[in-house]
Ligand binder design. Structure first.
Ligand SMILES: NC(=O)c1ccc[n+]([C@@H]2O[C@H](COP(=O)([O-])OP(=O)(O)OC[C@H]3O[C@@H](n4cnc5c(N)ncnc54)[C@H](OP(=O)(O)O)[C@@H]3O)[C@@H](O)[C@H]2O)c1
Length: 352
């Protein structure tokens, strides 16, 4: 079957580049249009000098001319699917305009995550919410903020044990701030105990993702536990590490919780998708893992799903509280391939 042509909005940014990488030789999709800021309109992607990844920029993508963030121009390129990695203020109007033109938008930006008609989707966690866009021609599907994604996956695993409250402190990489991001004089040999709007996003997004879905009314419920985050920027390049403390409704053993993490599987229809990791959670039994250096790219098979697994370790129980450490790749699991996985789910259901 012919591959579906897609656009990447914000193609020159940190997440946009990961989209190009994730869509290289993809079995369902191929890149047909690239959007950046209006000042770049008409120039070839390869001439922007913005490719900052270790992997190779595919030649045919490098030769594409950039188009301005204009819904008519994106639609005129012939694509019916768009992956969005724009700043949220730019994305807000453009994503709605594209959906109104019959384009399926898979977005990384915060603009529409909390909209009632928009699924906030992590297929391993709440795959059934993709049903909200069934029979729609144009629509928006979002993935969560990058630190929310890393947290929501292991919380899904232990949710059947009964969650009362969640406390989390993050150690977030600089690529999470985009390119060029945080000035080097601010972050080299330093730690910054504040990331604008991040804590607010984690507080609410986790509740929308883990609250449940009613297929009859096509609405989501919000989880009834609170999340209390403290978000910190650290001088790692990629990967958000999080120290999590969850109050459960009753005491559970470390062994039981570790076995839950080790045995967790994606729903069947998600497992077979090209970008789905075989194991969405990888539990590390070593006392000093996960670490950014060794675990940030966890995820197999390693051609498409690398960086798509959430690594978890250091489970400790004190009374009703369980503590653990997680690490998740912010521009892979928490952004572009995560969004591609959402599109693969929609494709496999025949929604595209
Ligand atoms: N980085 C992460 O870990 C991460 C994770 C999840 C979600 N996100 C979200 O994903 C989005 C992109 O993040 P990023 O880290 O990739 O940012 P980035 O590196 O700063 O890239 C921003 C992209 O948007 C384009 N852009 C900027 N201003 C524009 C305008 N006025 N009109 C049209 N295009 C414009 C840029 O194009 P030019 O090169 O032409 O300026 C660039 O392609 C943000 O909403 C962010 O919150 C980021």
């Amino acid at each position: 079957m012919a591959k579906k042509k897609v656009a990447i909005l914000g193609a020159t940014g940190m997440v946009g580049q990961r989209f190009i990488e994730a869509l290289t030789d993809h079995p369902y999709f191929e890149v047909g249009a690239l959007v950046a800021s209006a000042k770049r309109e008409g120039g070839r992607y390869e001439d922007t000098g913005r490719w900052k990844l270790a992997s190779r920029l595919p030649e045919e993508v490098g030769k594409l001319a950039l188009i301005a963030p204009d819904a008519d121009k994106v639609a005129a390129s012939g694509v019916r699917i768009a992956f969005s990695a724009l700043p949220s203020d730019v994305a807000a109007g453009l994503e709605r305009d594209l959906a109104a033109k019959g384009i399926a938008v898979f977005s990384n930006t915060a603009s529409h995550r909390m909209d009632e008609d928009v699924p906030l989707l992590i297929p391993e966690v709440n795959h059934e919410t993709i049903g909200m866009v069934e029979n729609k021609k144009g629509f928006i599907v979002t993935n969560a903020n990058c630190s929310t994604t890393g947290l929501a996956v292991p919380l899904k695993v232990i949710q059947p044990l009964g969650i009362r409250r969640v406390f989390v402190a993050t150690y977030q990489a600089i690529s999470g701030a985009g390119y060029p991001g945080v000035p080097s004089l601010d972050i080299l040999a330093n730690v910054i105990p504040y990331i604008g709007k991040e804590e607010e996003k984690m507080q609410i997004e986790v509740k929308k993702i883990l609250g449940g879905y009613d297929p009859g009314s096509k609405t989501v419920k919000y989880a009834d536990f609170e999340v209390h985050p403290s978000c910190v920027r650290v001088p790692a390049v990629d990967g958000h590490l999080e120290a999590v403390e969850v109050e459960l409704t009753e005491r559970r053993s470390e062994r039981e919780i570790i076995e839950l993490f080790e045995g967790f599987e994606s729903p069947k229809e998600v497992r077979k998708l090209p970008t789905a990791p075989q194991k969405p959670v990888i539990y590390r039994r070593e006392p000093d893992r996960p670490q950014h250096r060794y675990d940030v790219d966890a995820g197999e098979p390693c051609d498409r799903a690398w960086g798509m697994a959430v690594s978890v370790g250091r489970v400790r129980v004190m009374g009703n509280f369980v503590r653990f450490i997680l690490l998740s790749h912010n521009t892979r699991r928490g952004a572009a391939p995560g969004s591609v996985l959402n599109a693969e789910l929609a494709y496999s259901r025949g929604y595209l």
